[in-house]
Design a protein around this ligand. Sequence first.
Ligand SMILES: Cc1ncc(COP(=O)(O)O)c(C=O)c1O
Length: 497
Amino acid sequence: MTAFDGDPAAILARLAELRAHDAPTHGGHVLSYVYDSGLAELDELAGRAVAAMQPVNGLDPTTFGSVAVLERELLAFVRELLHGEPDVVGTVTTGGTESCLLAVKAARDAWAAAHGPGTPRLVAPSTVHAAFHKAAHYFGVELDLVPVDADGVVAVEAIDTRLGDDVALVVVSAPSYPFAVLDPVAGVAAACSARGIALHVDACVGGLVLPFWSGPDGDALPPWDFRVPGVTSISADLHKFGYAPKGASVVLQRPRDRQRAQYFATTRWPGYPVVNPTILGSKSAGPLAAAWAIVQALGVHGFAALAASMARSTAAVIAQIGRIDGLRIVGVPTGPLLAVAADESVPVERRVDPHHWADAARGLGWVLQLQPAFSQVGGVRLPATTHLTITPVTERTLPELLPALATAADSVRGEPHVDAAQLLAGLPLDQLGPSGLDSDTAWMLLQGFGIGSASGQGDGPLPDRMAPLLAIIETLPAPIAERLLIELLARLVEPTA
Ligand SMILES: Cc1ncc(COP(=O)(O)O)c(C=O)c1O
């Protein structure tokens, strides 16, 4: 008798069948989530590197010395790209969120060591990635969001006036995810260092592409990395524009002692001494090895060539949006990502609602990402938008993508934004506190909106149109919207009866 009596072919066939229903990870039809270099041989190399490291436990680089070597070499590459001197040290993490969490954890602990007990603040523009909301929530830090203007730009003075002794960390983005704005890193850094406050630059999305990017007139970008005095940490994701499989990012910090506050170590239990630079204990070394292999294969020259391709594609997409009556690009994007809003300078019948546009594009085979309108506390309401991330493979798709963007707009021009008030009419919203919304009620509400399968699982098909769901998210009080989304995602993985 053997422990293994499954049929590998049948098991893998089932996996292939499941994967066949996923959104396509390659080919450029999904313009968010996936970062396709367009180089099949690079994916092949990454896959082989993952396989080579499959049994290794990344927890302990003293037992598995290869982990330390790969991490050291990868950190050296990213540090040089971001102009870090030898006082910049870092860690390979499992993703952007973990890098951001660790930057906040280190800043909180460094602040507490200097200031004693208390609740520190984290100051950031309201476009900062949600990972910092999560970090504030996990680590007991108060998130203090500064409004941005309608183009997603934050004023240095607006951040400056929020600074005080209780601020453990300021975060700016290079660029921000929602509107691709390169925040004013140098100005904010000057304000922070004048007060001895740490500054994190979240370059999760931009870290491996902005080093090769220029401004709208071909001019050099203002410095945003370790060249700027006062920048104390930077996050940069290898599983985005580093083209690695998911599970790889870098957080770099300076000086060395600040980074040590990122670690957790304990000898206060009867088992092995625990020394963790990251949140996980045992962890895969596969994505680390894949990211390392990709960096070896591409080198600076390869990254530059891929960035040049994305710069051409981004310019082509921006030009095409400019030609589509009723749509506009929000602000001045920096990097291969952008947000598209309705052009409110033209009469309503000529405007294109970005969410209807995204739904129409999906019908044509292009998956764009809908972003809700957002009311800032003490600031302007930011418009509903649709997000596009451009990747190297996009250049190959331009002959079909550009006309599809226009066709999608033509098919929905003049259609007003979904009126969520109508969808929500009759719901006893005032009686629904987040604590009052149990699983069954939340599920019933979702089904009332036509979301989720009748079986009680969350695996019903996504609605054909996402615009109504986004309108509901824009309109419901955040705690209720969040509770409904939790229910939807939780039901997705509940075992069937
Ligand atoms: C600016 C920025 N920060 C943080 C993150 C979070 O990264 P991840 O999804 O890898 O956790 C993202 C993801 O898009 C991002 O764009």
